[in-house]
Design a protein around this ligand. Structure first.
Ligand code: GCO
Length: 445
């Protein structure tokens, strides 16, 4: 019997990101990114780890491909490290860096898994950050050049691309409050980074389509926002948060216009023609979803007007009490988006969904991870509900194929279907891997 109601005809995928799995930070002329600077600064990563060795996929991509093949996924979402290709963010591509992705793509195709790369998953070249990073419009031109190199290198075999991963995280956690690289604390002065990342998405999408790509899209992190109480102050704060986290990134891409930013007193550096580039329709809309968000008004005089509080009445993942488990929130988010954007919403791809729970660093056999299975099953069920309500969802992606380097949380959070010993890089599939494999096989039978 079936494990759960599965949306019919959906594609299945699993995801990783370059800095989180590749290791080998000095191999073959790789340059430095803002994440190298972040992990090399004492005190910024919770467990002091530096993303090495970790899964070491730069040397073990063959093992990853084998795991993907037995899992039976339709596609693999991985990201390309900009600094392996352009160590300083400009100029001709480094042959060895490009060759790594070339081999990965060939290996995936040979294994019957479609490569679905992300061009940018947070690892900006440090040399570009020195010139202002995403605060600077010049970074958009640099990203366009990097996109051309990758389109020329892989475009004969890769037809589907994600441009930019979660610009909201880069802008708000990276430039506004400094939890992620580049670790700046600019609060609302960070917002030009929103426009420049979205413009970079639009420019890259145009370049890829001109060079024969079949589908190109951004992948945004979304959450479903509710006020902590029905007080007017909490409701106002929740609306503002919803605007900054969700609409600020979705509206320009899906409608060609930013939401009204007057409440923030901020103006974005929009130039003539930018909104047409950003608002050019995409073949899909990427949605990463992890948890709901409950917002209360911040106390008088706080630097930002809202605070995130635990969502009442729900369990949470091993990532802490703000990572509440509420699959309904995913259904609500998707049905709200379909209502808000109507025909402007292309087919949705769930680009990431998954959970971390406390798990041992070393294992001597398949780890029993029923909490992850429950999390994934209930969220796939939530997607099925949204589909039943008329939302078109074409693909579901588990974050992550492998336990990996969880940014400022280092190796302390394990999201993988496959356990990784971060000292030896040994891979051991968990029970959830077997569960997902069965689900995929059954959904096709
Ligand atoms: C992203 C995500 C991933 C994280 C995952 C768990 O930006 O795509 O941050 O890289 O590892 O979301 O936090």
């Amino acid at each position: 019997d079936r494990i759960l109601p599965v949306p019919t005809g959906i594609r299945w995928s699993a995801a990783t990101a370059a800095f989180q799995i590749e290791g080998a930070r000095r191999a073959d002329g790789r340059g430095r990114s803002i994440w190298d600077d972040f992990v090399d600064t004492t005190g910024l990563v919770r467990d002091g780890s530096t993303a090495e060795p970790g899964p070491d996929s730069y040397h073990r991509s063959g093992e990853d491909i084998g795991l993907l093949q037995s899992l039976g996924v339709d596609r693999y979402r991985f990201s390309i490290s900009w600094v392996r290709v352009q160590p300083d963010g400009h100029g001709a591509g480094v042959p060895a860096g490009v060759a790594y992705y070339d081999r990965l793509v060939d290996g995936l195709l040979d294994a019957g898994v479609e490569p679905f790369p992300t061009l940018y998953h947070w690892d900006l070249p440090s040399a570009l950050e020195a010139g202002g990073g995403w605060l600077s419009r010049d970074t958009v031109d640099r990203f366009a050049e990097y996109t051309e190199i990758m389109a020329d290198a892989l475009g004969d075999r890769v037809k589907s691309w994600y441009t930019i991963n979660e610009p909201v995280s880069t802008s708000l956690q990276g430039y506004a409050v400094g939890e992620l690289a580049p670790g700046r604390h600019l609060l609302f002065d960070s917002l030009p980074t929103v426009h420049h990342q979205l413009l970079a998405h639009g420019r890259a999408a145009g370049i890829l389509r001109e060079r024969g790509a079949a589908e190109v899209g951004i992948v945004n992190n979304h959450t479903w926002v509710q006020p902590a109480t029905d007080s007017e102050a909490d409701q106002t704060a929740a609306h503002l948060y919803d605007m900054i986290h969700n609409q600020l990134f979705a509206d320009p891409v899906l409608t060609g216009a930013y939401p009204d930013l007057t409440p923030l007193g901020v103006e974005l550096p929009v130039q003539d023609g930018d909104m047409e580039i950003i608002g050019t329709p995409s073949e899909f809309y990427g949605v990463n979803f992890y948890n709901p968000t409950t917002i209360a008004a911040a106390p008088e005089g706080a630097p930002v007007p809202f605070v995130q509080v635990p969502t009442p009445g729900v369990a949470h993942t091993g990532f802490g009490e703000l990572w509440g488990i509420a699959p309904r929130a995913l259904t609500e988010f998707l049905t709200d988006a379909a209502r808000r954007y109507g025909d402007r919403l292309p087919p949705v791809i769930i680009g990431e969904n998954g959970a971390s729970f406390p798990e041992p660093d070393e294992v001597d056999g398949p780890l029993h991870d029923p909490l992850r299975i429950d999390y994934l099953a209930s969220h796939i069920g939530a997607v099925a509900d949204a589909v039943a309500h008329g939302v078109r969802v074409d693909e579901y992606t588990v974050w992550s194929l492998l336990d990996n380097f969880e940014w400022a949380d280092g190796f302390s959070q394990r999201f993988g279907l496959v356990h990784v010993d971060h000292e030896t890089s040994a891979r051991t599939p968990k029970a959830s891997y077997e569960w997902y494999r069965t689900l995929i096989a059954e959904s096709r039978s």
